[in-house]
Write a protein that binds this ligand. Structure first.
Ligand SMILES: [Zn+2]
Length: 97
């Protein structure tokens, strides 16, 4: 498995990360360098867990919401914002594993 930083995702300008898998090849997590540089530690960790959730756990997106409108999963199509990560970190880890 590779983890690499990329300048951008040419066909997906708002994307901040992705997991790419190819038959007979290593999985590859790509992270948008600009996002990573300005994000805080919990956001970086969440993004890595999100992409590893795809690449290692083979999970898809879970876009359901909690009662406070935070995503119910770190595998939401939009990685939860820092306030939600702080409020629900343990739930996110439990949901992931
Ligand atoms: Zn995703």
């Amino acid at each position: 498995m590779y983890v690499e930083f990329v300048a951008d995702f040419p066909n997906h300008p708002n994307r901040i990360g992705q997991c790419r898998t190819r038959k007979n090849d290593y999985s590859r997590v790509q992270i948008a360098k600009d996002y990573f540089e300005v994000s805080d530690e919990i956001e970086r960790e969440a993004l890595m867990l999100h992409e590893l959730g795809h690449c290692i756990l083979y999970k898809g997106h879970n876009n359901s919401e909690l009662s406070d409108a935070c995503p119910a999963s770190i595998l939401n199509k939009n990685v939860p914002v820092a306030a939600c990560l702080g409020a629900h970190w343990e739930e996110y880890l439990d949901e992931l594993f």
